[in-house]
Design a protein around this ligand. Structure first.
Ligand code: NAP
Ligand code: ZN
Ligand code: ZN
Length: 347
């Protein structure tokens, strides 16, 4: 076994603190990655605090992982020692169900090994995430990273990037369309960059007036302060597609009403409490409300290659791991531009 250092939380109300644990020795198909950077996703906070239920402790969060390959198993074909590699939210799945065969591992019918707060395919061995010195992952679930991009800024692509890229692609968002992005946080700011790069007209809906300049810099055409209902009413029936990336309970009807006939609103944010949907918000214009989960391995690689080609990365604040608890508090206050990334050499 490989002694590994990390930060873990021991329960929903304890903070993160240093934690030593062991990873498996790399098997024939495994890659051992020395972690350089790990992003802080709001899902880390939801799960560390057990807001979605079923949390497994001790929990080492982190699923926006970039590092350097330190060792490869005898059968590994796609990675060499010294190369840059990434790991996102999934480290294994059944590989044989319909979804896995289609490269949609995030919708695996049997068992997904989430990068942390989950179990391996034996459904017993707990998984530990990227707030740690190293990780061992099957090469099939490991991503190639272009060394030409700044690595701290690449880390958030492994979750925030793919979670916003996947629905934009799936719903064929493109030139001539009006797209709304609700919530300018880690996911939201990636959604703005990606949707703008795909040639759409992007409007940001935010509760934070102070983010207006940033929204335009990121590529938005319009910025709407969502706290005043009058601002939303003026935009009724206007949008082809809306991506909702809000982490807390809010009124989704206010946004559904902004969709044109047959328009689509996709939820990626996961508030801890259920949301109320007025049937009329959907019925009157045959609108569709859907959701989207991260992205499969193949699509994650496609997104990373797309971002390298279009020079798209995340806006980050790099922090030492000793500031992780403070970073959680600041994320909850919306006080981050636009993703905290932990520099793992500070561990
Ligand atoms: P984040 O950086 O904290 O951003 C969330 C944003 O939501 C905030 O910046 C804020 O934007 C807005 N917001 C927060 N509280 C609000 C409230 N009470 N009312 C209205 N707006 C509010 O979080 P993130 O990392 O982007 O994650 C966003 C959500 O997506 C989380 O729930 C996370 O778990 C989920 N997620 C889902 C997937 C998936 O596969 N579907 C993957 C990753 C993350 P403004 O300041 O602009 O209003
Ligand atoms: Zn995430
Ligand atoms: Zn499967």
């Amino acid at each position: 076994m490989l002694p590994t250092r990390g930060y873990a939380t021991k329960g929903p109300t304890s903070g993160l603190e240093p934690f030593n644990f062991e990873r498996r020795e790399p098997g024939p198909h495994d890659v051992l990655i020395e972690i350089l950077y790990c992003g802080i996703c709001h899902s880390d906070i939801h799960q560390a605090r057990d807001e979605w239920g079923g949390a497994i402790y001790p929990m080492v969060p982190g699923h926006e992982i970039v590092g350097r390959v330190a060792r490869v198993g005898s059968q590994v074909k796609r990675f060499k020692v010294g190369e840059v590699a990434g790991v996102g939210t999934i480290v294994d799945s059944c590989r044989v169900c319909e979804s896995c065969k289609e490269g949609l591992e995030q919708y695996c019918a049997r068992h997904i090994a989430w990068t942390y707060n989950g179990t391996e395919q034996d459904e017993k061995t707990p998984t530990y995430g990227g707030y740690s010195s190293q990780i061992v992952v099957d090469e099939h679930y490991t991503l190639k990273i272009s060394p030409k991009l700044p690595l701290a800024n690449v880390a958030p692509l492994l979750c925030a990037g793919i979670t916003t890229y996947s629905p934009l692609r799936h719903f064929n968002v493109g030139p001539g369309q009006r797209v709304g992005i609700v919530g300018l946080g880690g996911l939201g700011h990636m959604a703005v960059k990606l949707a703008a790069s795909m040639g759409t007209e992007v409007t940001v809906f935010s509760t934070s007036k102070r983010k207006e300049q940033d929204a335009h810099r990121l590529g938005a055409h319009d910025f709407v302060v969502s706290l005043d209902p009058k601002n939303l009413d003026a935009l009724a029936n206007r949008f082809d597609f809306i991506l909702d990336a809000v982490s807390a309970p809010h009124d989704v009807n206010a946004y559904l009403n902004l969709l044109r006939r047959d328009g689509v609103m996709a939820m990626v944010g996961v508030p801890a409490r259920p949301l109320e949907v007025q049937a009329f918000s959907l019925i009157l214009k045959r609108r569709k409300l859907t959701g989207s989960g991260v992205g499969g391995i193949r699509e994650t690689q496609e997104m990373l290659d797309y971002c390298a080609e279009h020079n798209i990365t995340s806006d980050v604040e790099v922090i030492p791991i000793q500031q992780v608890n403070e970073a959680y508090e600041r994320t909850l206050k919306g006080d981050v531009r636009y993703r905290f990334v932990i520099d793992m050499k500070t561990l």
